[in-house]
Design a protein around this ligand. Structure first.
Ligand code: URA
Length: 224
């Protein structure tokens, strides 16, 4: 499963770098430095994922079906961070594959992105908390360093925290989400904006217009 995703991801990155032409070129016509950069960053993330995937640092490790490391472009400009995997994510080993994830896919498509090109999706916790409860501070203490390492490897230009739980944990402060949305925060050196969690948008479709503003802002910020 991971191997298939790795290959798919790699081909997508190649396509975004070289267009469809890539597939008619022989490898010695492709810039070898670029190729090895893309391959190295993918390999680096995959190796890191493997090295931590048996984690038992907190009690969630014993109950998980899958360690949900993250998915996307290893050179992504935009990184989206949720709080923790839910049931579907735990079953599939990939973040945001349930209903919230489908909505996220549509939002990304509206700014001409998708989860394999230019975007990386991850959660603060890599294992599912029981009954989807909020992450506990001990779990965050153990898991946040994994997220920091992912960010260090991917080097996104912008992080978007999805929802108030994710924002509160990452920024270590609790402010109503509507007040946080207009501020660019700093998360260990990377600019971070807060937007609504797709679950909230499913429950309150009226908020979609605000999320749309946030993602349009992100698109324009990344185009600068
Ligand atoms: N909600 C999250 O915060 N993360 C997921 O991966 C899925 C739903």
């Amino acid at each position: 499963m991971i191997e298939r995703r790795k290959i798919y991801n790699f081909l997508n990155q190649q396509k975004s770098l070289f267009g469809n032409e890539l597939f008619s070129l022989s490898t010695n016509q492709v810039n070898p430095d670029l190729l090895s950069h893309v391959q190295n960053s993918l390999d680096g993330l995959n190796q890191y994922s493997k090295s931590i995937s048996l984690c038992q640092e907190c009690s969630l490790g014993a109950k998980r079906n899958n360690f949900v490391f993250g998915v996307g472009d290893s050179n992504a400009e935009l990184m989206l961070i949720g709080e923790a995997p839910r049931k579907e994510e735990d079953m599939e080993g990939e973040p945001f594959v349930g209903r919230a994830g489908k909505l996220l896919n549509k939002i990304l498509a509206a700014i001409n992105k998708n989860r394999l090109e230019g975007v990386y999706l991850a959660n603060i916790l890599k294992c599912r908390p029981p009954d989807n409860r909020d992450p506990l501070s001990l779990e965050v203490d153990k898991c946040e360093p994994y997220l920091l390492k992912q960010i260090e490897m991917i080097k996104p230009k912008l992080i978007m925290a999805l929802g108030k739980v994710s924002a509160k944990i990452l920024l270590k402060k609790e402010i109503p989400i509507d007040k946080m949305r207009s501020t660019v925060y700093d998360y260990y050196g990377t600019p971070l904006r807060v937007t609504y969690h797709p679950d909230t948008l499913l429950r309150n479709p009226d908020f979609k217009k605000f999320a749309w503003e946030d993602f349009q802002w992100a698109r324009d910020y990344l185009a600068r």
